[in-house]
Design a protein around this ligand. Structure first.
Ligand code: GLC
Length: 408
C-alpha cells in the first residue's frame, strides 16, 4: 500500500506544472497527464488527478480544480485543453480563430462534480466547496443549454476528442465501414477542420449534424455529476437548485434508457446524427450506465452479463475499451487508444458503479487487476487487456486512481 502510494505521489508531483497566466497574471498549477506527450491541462484528466491527489496532497487537489476553473468562461464553458503556455501549431484546428488561443473550443466528459465531491468528502473544506460550486454548476448548465439541441436530456458531442477519441463507436458517425488507422485519423481530423471552418459555432455544427453524437459514456458521467452536484448544493442549504439539478439528472437517465438501451442486446449504444441512429458497437461506454444510481435491476444484470462474458469484456486484465468479439477490437494498432486497451480511469468509474449495485466481488477483481497492471508495467496510459503489457505514455497521471479504487 505504502509503496503504491509513494509511487503515485511521485508520478503526480513529477508531472506538476506551475506558472503565471500571461493574460490575467494569476498563478496556475496543475498536473499534466504525461509531460512529454500531453504537456497541457486536460479537463477530465485534471478532475481525475484531483481525485487521486485528495489522498495525497489535498491542497494540490483543490488547486487542480481552481486552475481548471480559471480558464472557465463567464457563461460556464470549461475547455477540454487549456494551454497555459503557447499552443502547438497543430492545436489551432481545435480552437476558435485567434492569434494565440488560450484553450481549445471543445469539452471533455464532465467530471468536475465528481472531483469536487471527492475533494470535499475527504477534506471537509466547506469554504472550498462554496468557492467552486457556482462555477461547477455553471458548467453543467452550459452543457444543457449549448449541447442539447433537441432538448431530450442527452447532451451531444461535436468531435471524437470530446469523448473517447478514435473509439470504433464513432466509426459509423464518421462514415467508416472498414477502419484502418489512417482512415480513422483522417476522418477524425476532417471533423476538426469542418468545426474550425464554422469557427466552433456549436449551434451551426449540431444543426449540420456531420458529427453530432449522443454519447452514452459522456451522458452517464454527466448524469452522475448532476446528482452529485445536487447533493453538494443540498448540503450547503441550496435546496431549490438541488431539486432542479436532480430533475435534470432524471431526464438524462430516462433518455439514456429510452433511447440508447437496446432491449434485445441488453446493451447501450451511442446515437449519431440528427436522426439519432444507434452505433451498434459494444464498447466500455456501453457498460457505463452501471454508474447510474437508479438503474433497474434487470438492466444492471444484462450489463454485468456482458462485463463478465469472457468473449466480450472479461479479459485477463479487464475492462477492455472495446468488447473483444468486436471486429474493431485491436489494443495494439496505431492510434488504438480507445480501440481495445484497458484504461484505469474507466475502471475507476465502473468499480464505483459495481459496488453501488451490489457486485463488490466483481469490483474487487477489477481493482486487483488494475493494481497488477500498475505493479507490473508502471503508471502507463493504457494496457493490453490480454497480456497486461503497458502501452502509450509513461508516468501517466490518472492511472494513479488505483489509490482511490483500493478504498472500499
Ligand atoms: C488522449 C485521451 C483523452 C485524454 C488525453 C490526455 O487524448 O484520449 O481522453 O484526456 O489523452 O490524457
Amino acid at each position: 500500500m505504502n509503496d503504491i502510494y509513494d509511487r503515485a505521489r511521485s508520478v503526480l508531483l513529477r508531472n506538476e506544472r506551475t506558472g503565471h497566466d500571461r493574460r490575467t497574471g494569476k498563478a496556475f498549477g496543475y498536473i499534466s497527464p504525461s509531460p512529454h506527450k500531453y504537456p497541457f491541462q486536460w479537463s477530465w484528466d485534471s478532475c481525475l488527478h484531483a481525485v487521486a491527489l485528495s489522498h495525497i496532497e489535498p491542497e494540490l487537489a483543490k488547486r487542480e480544480i481552481r486552475t481548471l476553473l480559471l480558464a472557465q468562461h463567464p457563461d460556464g464553458f470549461v475547455p477540454h485543453v487549456t494551454f497555459w503556455r503557447l499552443p502547438h501549431p497543430f492545436d489551432y484546428i481545435q480552437c476558435r480563430r485567434a492569434f494565440l488561443p488560450r484553450h481549445t473550443a471543445l469539452v471533455q466528459p464532465p467530471v468536475l462534480a465528481q472531483a469536487v465531491a471527492a475533494v470535499y468528502r475527504r477534506s471537509g473544506d466547506t469554504d472550498f466547496l462554496d468557492e467552486v460550486l457556482p462555477g461547477v454548476q455553471r458548467h453543467y448548465l452550459w452543457l444543457l443549454r449549448r449541447r442539447d439541441p433537441d432538448s431530450d436530456g442527452l447532451i451531444s458531442i461535436i468531435s471524437p476528442y470530446e469523448g473517447l477519441d478514435y473509439s470504433p463507436a464513432y466509426d459509423a458517425a464518421l462514415g467508416l465501414e472498414r477502419a484502418g488507422y489512417l482512415r480513422v485519423w483522417c476522418r477524425t481530423r476532417c471533423v476538426d477542420v469542418r468545426n474550425w471552418l464554422l469557427n466552433y459555432r456549436y449551434e451551426a455544427i449540431l444543426r449540420r449534424g456531420y458529427f453530432n453524437v449522443e454519447d452514452v459514456l459522456v451522458n452517464c458521467v454527466f448524469a452522475q455529476g448532476l446528482r452529485l452536484l445536487a447533493a453538494l448544493c443540498e448540503e450547503r442549504g441550496r435546496q431549490e437548485e438541488a431539486e432542479t439539478l436532480r430533475e435534470r439528472a432524471g431526464e438524462t437517465e430516462r433518455a439514456l434508457l429510452r433511447k440508447c438501451y437496446d432491449e434485445a442486446d441488453g446493451c447501450f449504444y451511442n446515437l449519431y446524427s440528427t436522426a439519432e441512429l444507434p452505433a451498434k458497437v459494444k464498447t466500455v461506454g456501453s457498460l457505463f450506465p452501471l454508474i447510474l444510481e437508479g438503474l433497474e435491476g434487470r438492466v444492471v444484470e444484462a450489463l454485468v452479463g456482458h462485463l463478465l462474458s469472457p468473449d466480450e469484456f472479461w479479459a485477463p486484465f479487464p475492462v477492455p475499451s472495446v468488447s473483444m468479439n468486436e471486429p474493431s477490437f485491436n489494443p495494439h494498432a496505431r492510434l488504438s487508444l480507445w480501440r481495445g486497451p484497458t484504461w484505469i480511469n474507466t475502471n475507476w468509474f465502473l468499480v464505483g458503479g459495481l459496488r453501488r449495485h451490489g457486485y463488490p466481488e466483481v469490483a474487487r477483481d477489477i481493482v486487483k487487476a488494475s493494481l497488477e497492471l500498475v505493479n507490473r508495467s508502471g503508471f502507463r496510459e493504457y494496457y493490453d487487456p490480454i497480456t497486461g503489457e503497458g502501452l502509450g505514455a509513461s508516468n501517466f497521471g490518472w492511472s494513479t486512481l488505483v489509490l482511490d479504487m483500493m478504498e472500499e
